[in-house]
Design a protein. Structure first.
Length: 83
């Protein structure tokens, strides 16, 4: 998939923000894939929501979303963050 400027939308430097319902152990998640950089952006205790920053390529984010799904997490949003 390409944009009108013929550059790929997904590249190795893509930054994603992923919002899930529930709390996660980021160090445990990071242990599955050292090529992705994962950090907690925000935690909303009242709503029981965790917002993650993930820096990875397209296949990495697909694998990460599958891993979250396999854990039974409800994925609320996946967003590409541009600078």
């Amino acid at each position: 998939m390409t944009s009108s400027s013929s550059q790929p939308i997904f590249d190795p430097g893509t930054h994603y923000r992923i919002e899930v319902r529930g709390q996660l152990d980021v160090e445990w998640l990071q242990s599955f894939d050292r090529s992705a950089e994962i950090s907690v952006y925000e935690t909303r205790q009242i709503e029981d929501i965790t917002v993650l920053n993930v820096n990875t390529d397209q296949s990495g984010v697909v694998g990460f979303v599958r891993r979250l799904h396999g854990l039974g997490m409800t994925i609320l949003q996946v967003q590409i963050i541009t600078d």
